[in-house]
Design a protein. Sequence first.
Length: 534
Amino acid sequence: MSDVPTTPVLVVDGSRESQHEITHTPYKVGRQPGSDILLEDAFVSRKHAEIVYENGSFYIVDMESKWGTFLNGNPVKRHRLTNNDAVHFGKPDGPYLRFGVRSSHSGSTIKELLGPLKTDAGPNTAIERLTWLLEANRKLNNEGAVDQILRALVEQTLTLTKVERGYVMLRDQSTGRLTLSVGLDSKGNLLTDDSTISHSAIKQAIQGASEFIVTDTLSAERGVRTDSVIAQNIRTVICIPLRSRRTVSGSDRGDFLGVLYLDSRLNPGHLTKVDNDVLKMIAAEAAALVDNAQLAISEENARRVQEELEIARQIQQSLMPRQLPATDYAKISARFVPCKEVGGDFFDVVSAGDHVYVVIADVSGKGVAAAMLAQTLQGMVYAQMLAEQSLEVIATTLNRFICAKDVGKYATMVILRLDKDGWLEYINCGQVHPLLRTTNGVVSLDSSNFPVGLLEDIAFKSQKIKLETGTRVLAVTDGVTEAEDTQGDFFGTHRMEEAFAKSKNLDELVEKVSCFCGTAAATDDCTMIELDLY
């Protein structure tokens, strides 16, 4: 189509980056040879997606791919695109494109963007040239720019100081240990071995109150001439800590990020005061760059985690019954409220003509780990209820599964089977006792078993009771009875029984729990399910 406006897209596939221009539609994305954007990832379908131009706007259209298309972390079938939208293919962290974005590299290196540092410049000119770091940060505003800028940092300082080797070592945020990020010699060759540098000098620089700069180790104080300096015949050592401008609590110094290290085994270096000032400025700007980059990476990782949690939440919600079955002998109501993005509670309902199965369960712990086991158990229970297995068999199967897998978790649950003639069979595995509300008031079904997953080869026993028309049956997880108010008091079993006795339906019971908690944050998943016999 000739009227399609030429629009850039930046494609990132692992460590590879490529620039594309949309000049026609449909613009095809997939693993099939001949695609406009060819992606070889296993999660990408042969004909995965298309970018189409309609009514003055671009749209991403999923072509019934096996693993899906994600726009800014959310699964989509068709959606309008705006500049800087991220479209991932196959999975939320898979290969992706940035719509309307050009590569900030554009084939240029920092040297090409900013030019070399003039070694014959005067003090003012030299200091002005140090703005290349900030300018580079603006021009190369992406994750890959950090390595380029650190390499340029070493190159420029080697030119300035006339020494042989330069290194940038960064502190690993998880272990606190220094790791080599960039190493170069004066000829531009890459250095990957840091075993011959003076780690003692680095240690003194980190622990010292000021920068550690020694221009001639032979004339330096004896304490500076460490064994490694002597063994390697190092004449010049320049070691400057890279510190964050954000101060650490209880200290007037910034958090330690890494070091800029340079040394020479030939002639001693000759650094003027201006040279020293220039080095300090370089180190300060480099530290700011590293600090900002690490913050950006942390924020990006947090964003990705949040996107993945949102997808997990949507999946978990979709696994819960969207529409509860309608029967001519009972009304079924349920509520599920996770305290985090995903939770360890679940419920399910299976109707089988003249009877209905109901399960409510709570996996120990919270968050993703509990949710993963909960979804596995939900699938197992659902399949066995469909097969009309006995309640005792279902509990035994789940118990053996959890014990055999040794996942370090267990689950409490209640399974109910209500027949059309009013017989209720139930099995309680360590869960809050179900309640019955009859014309005579509220009574508790107190029979109970061990939670599933605690002990191998234990027997589970169900109970039966005949219910009258008008009886209401309530099952809840302990997130309801242990719901806290702003003073830290539990809602408790007694309040739950009183609220159940007075409420007309499940919505009123939920409202009473909510009013009790007030503004207090939820500390556990809350799940309720009710059977109201006609």
